[in-house]
Ligand binder design. Structure first.
Ligand code: G16
Length: 597
């Protein structure tokens, strides 16, 4: 019999920069690789942040988007989970916490443990280390886990020179809220040691349970390797009418679709659900093999990085197209000839056609929500249907809170995220199945559905300008100056003229959100300039950069009548004003955005 694996407590020094951003900690791979214990410190901070009562007999889910460094990091997470789960009688006394097979208790090295006999905790890990972000949310909820550690930098490129990221999702399956991420950050600033079981070797290729005997532990540590595609597919079967979708995709008058998984984690889910189950031909799904470097591409489903897919649809052969990001939570929706549905319109159209989806026929619709920079197209549907509309800061955690309170059913963000309360993450494949359900029901083209929507509600023209890799100090200074400028009384009622258009400032502020469920206040969520015709300019710094700063400018303008114009033409005057007010080009030396979506 093998001897039990050793558990070590290793001294370490804190880093000052492990504050999670909009959605976890994102850094260049080389930061994780070259800074001593950078990875270990953050993992230990996550484990140490979990509330003691929540740890009893708990389950933790671990998975990632398959990018470079994913497997290395998963091995460390597992080794540290094991070590944080063995503490009797030699406890791992981090911040006075110790863990007994995931029954964690407050203790010191000397006392007699006064707690019920610990239950064995377990880890659920994705097969080959893979689990999409929405599937992780699904598995956390299904297994009643206390949370999950998801290894992803989402849409950012991968490889030795690329990005890596880690985030903690809570028991509801959604990104941890600010209270939790602040706690993780505070712990990371003072951490002195971490616990690890360095000899533990996990076989990620074999499905099923693996148990490990650990030094000083009376029960084995259990890891279960799961195929997350099946539970996720099962969830989708319970939401959508698969018979109707099958008829649409492989029946007599079937439509042709093209889905691009961009070599991210979603390929196997697309293959299993769309091809094997719903009957799409194999060649409808492209780039479906997850790769460590995403095939050298940028797995970001927007107009720039999904350009190949859009080009391939221009000939009109395909009726519907979509692409997903690295971890499978983002989506872009396209119609024949590459017609682009903005994410802001996408959620509004789904809302207006929500009863094409059986799930909502059963569960009803409790509320709609969008992030503040997302266009107000959804607001118009909410108003017409008398359904409550919430406007939150960017970040899915805000939606999760509303969903947990039973106040929200459907939500979306301009950042290519759409989802519902079936789980607590953006869900790229769900969005595609939602659109296909609408096509199955209405038997119209994407373009006609979109045009009908604008005819009914008018159109919110929307675009976002991203200025990437801006020096952080320059970006912060610009935001500070802008805030001072718009806070000045003389700014209100100011007029800006561009060619024959005149915009009168109605309101300008720094967006602040009070959570209607727990009254938590989130400040500094973006600078807004709202004009008297409802047009908006919004400035925000991205919270997901691994390096430098990205300045985002969001432009939104409503037209009741002139709904078939080119969005960039309609929004050009607002863009001119936005650049002028911020002096962005002057300050950065740029003469245009890096990406327009
Ligand atoms: C994350 C969050 C989204 C949020 C986005 C904003 O997306 O999950 O809810 O809208 O960040 O990004 P930024 O702060 O850069 O504007 P992801 O896909 O990057 O995890």
């Amino acid at each position: 019999m093998d001897s039990p694996l050793r558990v070590l407590t290793v001294p370490t020094s804190p880093y000052p920069d492990q504050r999670p951003g909009t959605n976890g900690l994102r850094r260049k791979v080389r930061v994780f690789q070259t800074r001593r214990n950078y990875l270990h410190n953050f993992i230990q901070s996550i484990f140490s942040s979990i509330d003691l009562r929540d740890r009893q007999g708990s389950t933790v889910v671990v998975g990632g988007d398959g990018r470079f460094f994913n497997q290395t990091a998963i091995e460390v997470v597992v080794q540290m989970a094991a070590a944080n789960g063995v503490s009797d009688p030699v406890c791992v006394n981090l911040l006075n916490l110790c863990v007994h097979g995931a029954t964690w208790c407050v203790c010191s090295h000397t006392h007699t443990h006064m707690y019920p006999r610990p239950q064995v905790g377990r880890l659920i890990v994705g097969h080959h280390g893979l689990m999409s972000t929405p599937a992780s949310s699904c598995v956390i909820r299904k297994s009643k886990a206390i949370g999950g550690i998801i290894l992803t930098a989402s849409r950012h490129p991968a490889g030795p020179d690329g990005d890596f990221g880690m985030k903690f999702n809570s028991a509801n399956g959604g990104p941890a809220n600010d209270a939790v991420t602040n706690k993780i950050y505070q712990i990371s600033r003072t951490i002195e040691e971490f616990a690890i079981c360095p000899g533990l070797r996990l076989d990620l290729t074999t499905l099923g349970k693996q148990t490990f005997d650990l030094e000083n532990k009376f029960k084995p540590f259990t890891v279960e390797i799961v195929d997350s595609v099946e539970p996720y597919a099962n969830l989708m079967r319970n939401i959508f009418d698969f018979a109707a979708l099958k008829e649409l995709l492989s029946g007599e008058n079937h439509i042709k679709i093209r889905l691009d998984a961009m070599h991210g984690v979603l390929g196997p889910y697309v293959k299993r659900i769309l091809c094997e189950e719903l009957g799409c031909p194999a060649n409808s799904a492209i780039n479906c093999v997850p790769m460590e470097n995403f095939g050298g591409q940028h797995p970001d489903p927007n107009l720039l990085y999904a350009a190949d897919l859009i080009d391939s649809m221009r000939d009109g052969e395909c009726d519907f197209g979509a692409a997903f990001d690295g971890d499978g939570d983002r989506n872009i929706i396209l119609g024949r000839h590459g017609v682009f549905v903005t994410p802001s319109d996408s959620v509004a159209v789904i809302a207006d056609n929500i009863f094409c989806i059986p799930y909502f026929q059963h569960s009803g619709v409790r509320g709609f929500a969008r992030s503040m920079p997302t266009s107000a197209a959804l607001d118009r549907v909410a108003k017409a249907t008398k359904i409550e509309l919430y406007e939150t800061p960017p970040g899915w955690k805000f939606f999760g809170n509303l969903m947990d309170a039973g106040r929200l059913s459907l939500c979306g963000e301009e950042s290519f995220g759409t989802s519902a309360d079936h789980l607590r993450e953006r869900d790229g494949l769900w969005a595609v199945l939602a659109w296909l359900s609408i096509l199955a029901y209405r038997r119209q083209s994407v373009e006609d559905i979109l045009k009908d929507h604008w005819l009914k509600y008018g159109r919110n023209y929307f675009t976002r300008y991203d200025y990437d890799n801006i020096d952080i100090d320059t970006a912060c200074e610009m935001m500070e100056d802008l805030e001072l400028l718009i806070a000045d009384k003389s700014f209100a009622k100011q007029r800006f003229a561009v060619e024959d258009k005149i915009y009168k400032v109605e309101k300008a502020d720094n967006f602040e959100y009070t959570d209607p469920v727990d009254s938590t206040i989130s400040r500094n969520q973006g600078l807004r300039i709202i004009f008297s015709d409802g047009s908006r300019i919004i400035y925000r710094l991205s919270g997901t950069c691994s390096d430098g700063a990205t300045v985002r400018i969001y432009l939104d303008s409503y037209e009741k009548e002139h709904i078939f114009q080119d969005a960039q033409v309609v929004l050009a005057p607002l863009a001119t004003i936005a650049v002028k007010i911020s002096q962005l080009h002057l300050r950065t030396g740029r003469n245009g955005p890096s990406v327009i979506t």
